[in-house]
Design a protein around this ligand. Structure first.
Ligand code: HEC
Length: 241
């Protein structure tokens, strides 16, 4: 395996997706987890052999699409606002609105002002109606990743890399984050965009926690419900404490 950012993504993305045995042989080079983990693994994990096959680079490539907030792993490619507009109007506008204003309750590309958004958040008010790319997205590479991986909603991962550059550029323009003067939308441009909400985000540098597996009688107390974030089957809205 190369030293590409794949090793970073593979740990976060694939750990839960590939049987542990295949993972152990395929990505053992992705990083060591420390003596402590090795010890508890050898004590707790049953030894299984003869299962799984090593993963090929070409198979991994399909999973290697994670782009990090700083733009790490943005693939080579480029697009334009004109192409972005065409794609957006054909594949996105029916849900997100011709001007990013949203239709049928789908998320807005252009939400309320940053000031208004922060004010409602401070008072714990329901601000879904004014949420947008312009006020709650911290990093443009994350937006690129999201669009490339998840949109259009009816056909995720159908956009080519170049189309993802075009339409992400157009979404940034609709959201009034950029002014529309860009000629070539590529990795450098996406990295250079300063999102209005950038300063509201911080990088959590705490290490990952490795818990010991527990299958039986793991907790003896009564669970205490601190907050609920789901009302009915909708994951947004008021938070009942
Ligand atoms: C069929 C409706 C539909 C279409 C078409 C669609 N989306 Fe979405 N989009 C959604 C839904 C639903 C969500 C919220 C998904 C979620 O939160 O899990 C969403 C979320 C988003 C978000 C994140 C919004 C936020 O503030 O969190 C972006 C950006 C986005 N879509 C861009 C696009 C782009 C670009 C296209 C076209 C290539 C597109 N969408 C096509 C329904 C759609």
């Amino acid at each position: 395996m190369s030293n590409s950012p794949l090793s970073k993504s593979i740990k976060t993305l694939l750990t839960g997706l590939i049987p542990a045995v295949a993972l152990a042989s395929a990505v053992s080079c992705a990083g060591t987890s420390g003596e402590q983990d090795k010890k508890s693994e050898s004590e707790d994990t049953p030894k299984i052999t003869g299962v799984g096959t090593p993963i090929k680079e070409s198979q991994l490539a399909k999973w290697d699409i994670s782009v990090f907030f700083d733009g790490d792993n943005l693939p080579p490619g480029k697009g334009t606002l004109t192409e972005g507009e065409e794609i957006y109007q054909a594949q996105c506008a029916m849900c997100h609105g011709e001007f990013g204003e949203s239709v049928r309750g789908y998320p807005k590309m252009l939400g309320g002002s940053m000031e208004e958004y922060i004010e409602t958040a401070k008072h714990n008010e329901n601000n879904v109606a004014i949420r947008g790319i312009n006020n709650h997205w911290g990093h443009a590479p994350t937006l690129w990743d999201y669009i490339h991986r998840a949109m259009p909603f009816f056909a995720p991962q159908s956009l080519t890399v170049d189309q993802a550059y075009s339409v992400t550029g157009y979404v940034l323009y609709l959201a009034e984050v950029t002014d529309g003067s860009v000629e070539e939308i590529d990795a450098d441009f996406i990295k250079s965009v300063k999102m209005p909400a950038a300063d509201l985000y911080y990088t959590d540098t705490r290490p990952d926690v490795h818990n010991k597996r527990c299958m039986k009688d793991c907790y003896s107390g009564e669970p205490e419900i601190v907050a609920k974030q789901i009302k009915g089957n909708v994951s947004v809205g008021d938070v009942d404490k």
